[in-house]
Design a protein around this ligand. Sequence first.
Ligand SMILES: Nc1ncnc2c1ncn2[C@@H]1O[C@H](COP(=O)(O)OP(=O)(O)OP(=O)(O)O)[C@@H](O)[C@H]1O
Ligand SMILES: [Mg+2]
Length: 318
Amino acid sequence: MKRKEETAFADAFQDRLAVASTEKVRMVIREQYKDAFDILQDCENANLIPAIIGPPGVGKTLLLRAYAQKTNRLFEWVTGDEGVRPSHLIGSFNPALVLNKGFSLDSFEPGPLLRAMVFGGVFGLNEGNRLPEYVQNSLLEPFEEFSVSVQRLGRIKAHDGFFPVLTMNPDEMAGAHRLSEAFRDRVRVWIKLGYPRKETEIEIIRVNCPEYKLTDHVLDSIYSLVSATRTNADIEVPASIRAGISIARLAAEMSRREKREITHEVLSHAAHHVLLGGLKFRPGIDLDPAVSLLVSRALASSRAVATESKSDEEDTEA
Ligand SMILES: Nc1ncnc2c1ncn2[C@@H]1O[C@H](COP(=O)(O)OP(=O)(O)OP(=O)(O)O)[C@@H](O)[C@H]1O
Ligand SMILES: [Mg+2]
């Protein structure tokens, strides 16, 4: 029985590996994303290390994934925190294998940075400023010389396709955890991503909801909701692009289950559930009523929400 379970797991695992390797990134590359994509290319050609700065969920990681995919390369990424050690980036010997094979390549398990250096992949380092200083220092050689010393195995030079990129949240830049001066000096180009313009954000929501038919009016209302959170002085952390996508998906499912159109009421219900945890108000503000007020005001000011079925009719009439 145990054996059977193991085989089933191995088969399912292989299956998942195949799905991941053929997965295509769906990204809207226009406006700021097109500029950032082009600058990434320029940095790579010029051998300069860039950092992408932007609020959570603005598409930093996706941009790197899309860039790696476009250039047909491996994409590895790591998020920095105080628990990350150089061995998590470079790799380490497996003690059980060392017993049999000694300190050889056969007993070494490479980390994401080393894999990207050996295979020539894009290496995304999220929140590198949260890494302890000695870990940041261990990255100086790979980021400056494009080489790394692996204990007991030797010093390797990175493949030409190795491209390290930092991604960071702007608040983190000003926070207590900063990039060490030495590390910051290695990062030469700073690329800013902000919330996209209306048409682009609506297109992003649409691309992330391929299985739902959302009318222009519904998308417009969702944009009004999320953008209202970005201009409200009482909100410290506004709704991200992820929040807009989530409102769209939840509202579409609610309307499907209730067999009715995506009305203001459905949108308001979905938005409430998403924004309760997707926003951060200033201290002292009562969350529930504040979200309700925000949602009702934003929806009242948006255009009337047209129905899914109505749009379907228009489509077929056209
Ligand atoms: N240009 C875009 N095209 C399509 N989808 C996008 C785009 N930008 C953002 N998204 C959507 O927003 C989600 C968040 O993007 P991503 O994870 O890249 O953000 P991030 O900036 O790396 O966030 P974090 O700071 O939290 O790491 C993506 O999974 C995707 O669904
Ligand atoms: Mg990210």
